[in-house]
Design a protein around this ligand. Structure first.
Ligand SMILES: [Zn+2]
Ligand SMILES: [Zn+2]
Length: 134
């Protein structure tokens, strides 16, 4: 899966890709989220150029239809809030960086700063870098 951010005025939160492409090349699926209407557009293609007609789905209806629970959303909310906090600090990890603990793709950089400067260790959203005395 590859994220393909698009530039747009409504792309206020830069860590959220507006379009996610699954596959690519000769066949794939494209999922685009429009924040202003909270709608998801899903489409696809095969044989390199044959388009699969897409459809707009209401995000709320999609989540309910998929059985996403309040507990799932609460879990995701905490993670998205963490991402937004780090985005505001300009401490999002770059593509290819790995969590220093688990090796999964890093999402954020440790915000701890001291006299010697910013820690900046790459971390996934499940791990934090503990610094003594905080
Ligand atoms: Zn980790
Ligand atoms: Zn740190």
């Amino acid at each position: 899966m590859k994220n393909r951010p698009e530039t747009s005025d409504e792309n206020a939160v830069s860590f959220v890709p507006q379009t996610v492409t699954i596959g690519g090349g000769s066949s794939g699926i494209s999922i685009r989220y429009t924040k202003s209407s909270r709608r998801v557009f899903i489409s696809g293609w095969y044989d390199s150029f044959v388009g699969i007609q897409g459809a707009h789905l209401d995000l709320e209806e999609l989540l309910l239809a998929l059985g996403v629970s309040a507990a799932d959303l609460s879990y995701m909310l905490k993670r998205v809030q963490k991402l937004e906090r780090y985005a505001a600090w300009n401490l999002l990890a770059k593509d290819g960086q790995q969590c220093f603990r688990c090796g999964k793709p890093a999402k954020v950089l440790c915000a701890h700063s001291s006299a010697s400067g910013l820690c900046g260790k790459p971390m996934c959203l499940s791990h934090t870098h503990e610094h003594g005395g905080i």
